[in-house]
Design a protein around this ligand. Structure first.
Ligand SMILES: Cc1ncc(COP(=O)(O)O)c(C=O)c1O
Length: 383
């Protein structure tokens, strides 16, 4: 193994390793995702307490970047963690906080993952990209591809909200609309990748999107004074947000940057597509693909996530749970959050808010708990 990079890749299932050069995809032995493992890095608390500037690239000790590299960036990260007293009172959760990812460039947390993936892929020699999307990842890939000067093809369901499709096209991507869901788009994207040589940026089919997304957890720790909340509610489709945060919490604890207990991770899905909720209830380690997935929260329409085992592991290790919300409830909660606090809730963020209400009503979380709801995208992209 050459020591070009101070990280290597480890298979999330069989623990095989490989070096990080080129354009890694999935483990060839078991087709499961690679995870980035850093070696020889010793993040100091001086670095923690004096991070220069803003944005996610402030944390090079935890990111796949080498000294001297210029990241592909549009100023992503540093999103607000908002105190929401009126909303909290309505839900019986006075310590409710909302991390508003809709303020990222391209309007969602997908910016974090795609900037990291495209940064590494550009240096790894990619000359074209392709990806399937439930919507927001397509917007981010189109924008960061444009930023890197590399063409992007996006496969999206025809039913994706119109403003999202408009954004994908505006950023110059080659937009292909298909009947069906993201799984169908994934098949088309993979076949285009193999015939054209374009790099496949699908969730967890390359190892770096998760590294970018994990910075949500890093920022949360920073914003809370290097400790973590009691509970995190996260709207879950492919699962990289949830998996990434759980990964970075372990890395921060190992570096001695955080103190106190880790949060319970709550995966929030839609009743129209809830493979993680179903697998958790069954005590399974893998999801069964959800038939005929449908929800207005398009980001949650992922019937067979590749990161299923990693998600289920994170939820169980954290003592969390998974909960499914129906479309009327998630829509009503998004509207409540938007009108009560002026935060532009996406339907996915509305699902997380509705889940907080449901868990509070059931006594599973209470007034003493510090509860963080992730609003993962901007509501205007759906209207
Ligand atoms: C707004 C929004 N929230 C949540 C998700 C689900 O994210 P993940 O795939 O990380 O579970 C998506 C995915 O498209 C999304 O667009």
């Amino acid at each position: 193994m050459t020591a070009t990079f101070d990280w290597y890749l480890e298979c999330s299932r069989c623990a095989a390793t490989r070096q990080a050069d080129g354009l890694p995809t999935v483990c060839p032995a078991c087709a499961k995702p690679w995870l980035v493992r850093y070696r020889g890095r010793t993040p100091t608390t001086a670095e923690r307490d004096r991070p220069p500037g803003s944005g996610l690239w402030r944390w090079p000790s935890f990111l796949p970047i080498m000294p001297g590299e210029d990241p592909v960036t549009l100023g992503e990260g540093s999103t607000p963690l908002l105190v929401t007293p009126r909303l909290g009172e309505t839900l019986g959760l006075p310590r409710l906080l909302v991390k508003d990812e809709g303020t990222n460039p391209t309007g969602s947390f997908k910016a974090r993952g795609l900037c990291a993936a495209i940064h590494r892929a550009r240096l790894g020699g990619a000359t074209a990209f392709t990806l399937p999307t439930a919507g927001n990842a397509g917007v981010a890939a189109a924008a960061y591809g444009a930023r890197a000067g590399i063409p992007v093809r996006v496969y999206a369901p025809r039913t994706t909200p119109k403003p999202i499709l408009t954004q994908i096209a505006a950023f110059g991507a080659d937009l292909q609309l298909l009947d069906g869901h993201i799984g169908d788009c994934g098949k088309a994207s993979r076949s285009y990748a193999s015939e054209s040589g374009a790099m496949d940026l699908s969730t967890l089919r390359e190892p770096y999107r998760i590294e970018g997304k994990k910075t949500m957890g890093l920022e949360l720790a920073e914003q809370l004074g290097w400790r973590l909340p009691t509970v995190i509610l996260y709207p879950t489709g492919g699962g990289t947000g949830l998996i990434g945060m759980w990964k970075v919490f372990g890395e921060l604890a190992a570096a001695g940057w955080i103190t106190g207990p880790l949060p319970q991770m709550v995966s929030v899905q839609s009743t129209g597509c809830a493979p993680v909720v179903e697998a958790l209830a069954r005590g399974a380690d893998e999801c069964t693909p959800w038939p005929d997935p449908w929800t207005v929260a398009s980001g949650l329409r992922v019937p067979g996530p590749l990161g299923d085992s990693l998600m289920l592991r994170a939820i169980r290790e954290s003592g969390g749970t998974a909960i499914a919300i129906d479309d009327p409830d998630l829509t009503a909660a998004a509207s409540l959050g938007t009108s009560t606090e002026g935060i532009d809730f996406s339907p996915e963020g509305g699902a997380a808010l509705a889940a907080a209400r449901r868990l509070a009503a059931a006594g599973r979380i209470g007034p003493n708990d510090e509860v963080v709801v992730f609003n993962t995208g901007a509501g205007w992209l759906y209207r």
